[in-house]
Ligand binder design. Structure first.
Ligand code: MLT
Length: 409
C-alpha cells in the first residue's frame, strides 16, 4: 500500500483560518439570523482598482486576437512587470535590485512555503512567537521539526517571543540560526521594524551565514517615512535576505493572485561538499520546473498598479483600510482595551480583557456581538491572551462591529 508523508500527522488540528471558518459556520447554522461581521482573516473587501480592471479587460482582448494571444509566459514573470517592480518598488528606494532578481508568482504564502524546496534539511530555523502560521506548518510538512508539545511548539524550531515588552520585535539570538523568518509590518501584531532593528538582523545573518526570509506583504501600509519598506534598504541585505511581496493587500489581489519573490544573485548558501551555491540559480530552476507562471491577464493587472492612476488608486485603498484600523484602535481603547499595531499595518493586536483566553474571547465576541476576529493563540503560544482584528472590511461593517463591541463591553 502507498504510504503518506507522516509529517502531516504532526500538524496541529486544522490550519487556523479554516478552523475559524468551521466555528463560524457552525454558529451561523445554529443562528441563521445572526448578522455576522468578519474581521478575522485578512482578506480584502474593496473592489479592484480601476486601472487594474481596465488593464485586465484589455489583456482579455489581447487573448482574443491571434496576433497578441499569449500561451505559456516566462516562468519568472513577464519582463515588463519585473522591470516595473525593480525600478519602482526597489531602485526608487535606493535598493540595488535588478529585474532579473524578481520572480513573479501567484502568492507570497505559496512562495514562503515553496522556498524550503531549495534549502537543506539540517538547518536551524527560527520563527517569532506569535507568527504567521504558514512558516511553521510548511516546515512541519517538510520534516524539519519534531512533534508539537502540549502548548503547540514544535521540536526543532527556535521560537523567538515577541511581546509588548520588546515592542513585538524579536531579540537577536545568541545562538547560531541558519534560516530566520521575519515579517514587517508584522502579521499578526501590526508591529514595524526600524532600520536599526533590521540592520542588527542583517549584521547577525552575515556574521553567521544565515538567510533571512523577509515577508513584506504589508509594506504598502507603512506611512512613517523613517521606516524601511524593504530589507534591501539595509546595507548588506543582498548577501543574506530573500524578500516576499504581494499585490494581495495593496491592490486587493487576494482573489486575483499575484505576488513576487526577490532572490538577489549575490545570495549564497553551502552545498553538502562545502562549496558556495547561488540561491538564485536554484530558485530559478525550482520555478521553471514546478511553476508555469502567473496568467498574462493577471500580470497586466499587476503592471497597472505601477501606472500613475494605479498608484493613486492603491494609495486611496490603503488609506481607506488604515482609517478602518484607526477607528478600531480608537473604539477599542475607549472600551478600555489595550491595543497595539494598526498604525503602519492593517492589523490591530488586542490584549484580551481580564486575561481571558484568546479562544474564549473569540467565542464571546462571536456569540455576544456576532463579530469574528482571530484568536492570538492561533499564531503561537505567546499569542495567548491576545486577539487580532483585521481592518479589511467596509467602513459600515467596521463601524457596526465597533459599536457592538463597545456597547457589549
Ligand atoms: C491573515 O489573515 O493572516 C492573512 O490573510 C493570511 C494570508 O494572507 O495568507
Amino acid at each position: 500500500m502507498a504510504t503518506i508523508n507522516d509529517n502531516y500527522l504532526k500538524l496541529k488540528a486544522g490550519y487556523l483560518f479554516p478552523e475559524i471558518g468551521r466555528r463560524v459556520a457552525a454558529f451561523a447554522k445554529a443562528n441563521p439570523e445572526a448578522p455576522i461581521i468578519k474581521l478575522g482573516i485578512g482578506d480584502v473587501t474593496e473592489p479592484l482598482p480601476e486601472a487594474c480592471r481596465t488593464a485586465m479587460i484589455k489583456a482579455v482582448e489581447d487573448m482574443g486576437d491571434r496576433n497578441s494571444f499569449k500561451g505559456y509566459g516566462p516562468e519568472q514573470g513577464y519582463p515588463w512587470l519585473r522591470e516595473k517592480i525593480a525600478t519602482q518598488d526597489f531602485q526608487a528606494r535606493g535598493c540595488e535590485i535588478d529585474a532579473s532578481e524578481i520572480f513573479v508568482s501567484d502568492g507570497a504564502k505559496c512562495d514562503s512555503g515553496n522556498i524550503l524546496d531549495i534549502f537543506g534539511n539540517n538547518n536551524t530555523i527560527a520563527v517569532t512567537d506569535p507568527v504567521y502560521p504558514v512558516y511553521v506548518d510548511t516546515n512541519v510538512m517538510t520534516g524539519h521539526t519534531g512533534p508539537a508539545s502540549e502548548e503547540g511548539k514544535y521540536g526543532g524550531l527556535v521560537y523567538m517571543p515577541i511581546t509588548a515588552d520588546n515592542h513585538f520585535t524579536a531579540q537577536i539570538p545568541d545562538q547560531k540560526i541558519d534560516l530566520i523568518y521575519l515579517c514587517f509590518p508584522n502579521n499578526p501584531t501590526g508591529a514595524v521594524a526600524s532600520k536599526a532593528h533590521l540592520q542588527a538582523w542583517v549584521n547577525y545573518a552575515k556574521a553567521n551565514g544565515s538567510i533571512i526570509f523577509f515577508d513584506a506583504a504589508y509594506e504598502a501600509f507603512i506611512t512613517d517615512p523613517e521606516l524601511p519598506h524593504s530589507i534591501y534598504e539595509i546595507e548588506g541585505a543582498r548577501e543574506c535576505a530573500i524578500e516576499f511581496r504581494s499585490f494581495s493587500k495593496n491592490a486587493g489581489f487576494t482573489g486575483t493572485r499575484c505576488a513576487f519573490t526577490v532572490v538577489p544573485k549575490s545570495l549564497k548558501a553551502k552545498a553538502a561538499d562545502g562549496s558556495d551555491v547561488e540561491l538564485w540559480t536554484l530558485w530559478n530552476r525550482r520555478q521553471s520546473t514546478k511553476f508555469n507562471g502567473v496568467s498574462y491577464i493577471v500580470q497586466r493587472g499587476a503592471e497597472a498598479v505601477y501606472s500613475e492612476a494605479g498608484q493613486n488608486q492603491i494609495k486611496a485603498l490603503i488609506q481607506f483600510y488604515l482609517e478602518n484600523a484607526q477607528i478600531i484602535r480608537e473604539q477599542l481603547t475607549t472600551a478600555g482595551l489595550t491595543v497595539y499595531g494598526g498604525v503602519n499595518a492593517p492589523y490591530v493586536w488586542v490584549k484580551t480583557p481580564n486575561n481571558i483566553s484568546s479562544w474564549d474571547f473569540f467565542d464571546k465576541l462571536l456569540h455576544n456581538s456576532n463579530v469574528v476576529g482571530t484568536p492570538g493563540s492561533g499564531f503561537g503560544a505567546a499569542g495567548e491572551g491576545y486577539f487580532r482584528i483585521s481592518a479589511f472590511n467596509s467602513r459600515e461593517n467596521v463601524n457596526e462591529a465597533m459599536r457592538r463591541i463597545t456597547s457589549a463591553s
